[in-house]
Ligand binder design. Structure first.
Ligand SMILES: *Cc1c(COP(=O)(O)O)cnc(C)c1O
Length: 217
């Protein structure tokens, strides 16, 4: 558990670590839980539901994978943060399920900055068009708390820095232009096991770590 402890103890003030527990058995989740970790992330609805019922109720679950609209209702009652909102249609469905459950569901907008075409997320222009739209203005049961993204899957440090710098610029511009008086818009989720140190240099407030912290349990 050295990696987990070391990272946890050196995180800058105001930065949170999301323990990405996908593919991990519940006993591994419990090892980190017993060391104080309460925030875990999953990228598949079925896996999340299967884990949740067998694990402590005070875990804050974050959803970090591509979310299909027809699965939102299964996680709407309890999800702490949906980090991977990538369309107005999905946001509208989250809002609808938030209303049904009598709650406001916290979300991040996911942006596509990586060189791989296969990754999900908004393009900048598409996101700001949504934020300026009448449809968006009607949504009362969602709260956009910031943005999320993934850097290119490459060894080239300059490319990874370019991606993180782009996400930081999007975050700042959207905060200024659309959320100036909204203190809740405060989260920049970026950085995984291989690149979280760079992400921190570009202002990440949430890092999402899987393999690195689970590999030495
Ligand atoms: C799997 C995953 C992570 C964690 O990846 P590691 O390289 O194992 O740290 C972070 N974010 C997302 C969206 C993921 O799917």
């Amino acid at each position: 558990m050295n990696n987990f402890i070391k990272i946890k103890n050196t995180l800058p003030e105001g930065v949170n670590m999301i323990a990405v527990s996908k593919y991990q058995p519940n006993e591994h989740v419990m090892r980190l839980y017993e060391s104080g970790q309460r925030v875990f992330g999953e990228n598949k609805v079925q896996d999340l539901l299967a884990k949740k019922d067998l694990l402590p109720a005070d875990i804050e679950w974050h959803f970090i994978g591509h979310l299909q609209t027809n699965k939102v209702k299964q996680i709407a009652p309890f999800i702490h943060l949906i980090q991977s909102v990538d369309s107005l249609k999905l946001l509208q469905e989250i809002n609808k399920q938030g209303e049904r459950n009598g709650r406001v569901i916290r979300c991040l907008l996911q942006f596509h900055v990586a060189e791989e075409e296969t990754k999900f997320g908004f393009e900048y222009q598409e996101a700001v068009e949504m934020l300026a739209s009448a449809e968006y203005a009607q949504l009362q049961n969602i709260e956009i708390c910031g943005i999320m993204g993934m850097a290119s899957n490459t060894e080239r440090k300059d490319r990874i820095e370019k991606d993180f710098s782009q996400l930081q610029a999007y975050f700042k511009k959207i905060k200024t232009d659309y959320f100036a008086e909204k203190a809740y818009f405060s989260q920049l989720s970026m950085g995984m096991s291989s690149d979280y140190e760079l992400a921190l240099r570009y202002g990440a407030t949430m890092i999402r770590l899987g393999s690195l912290i689970f590999s030495d349990l």
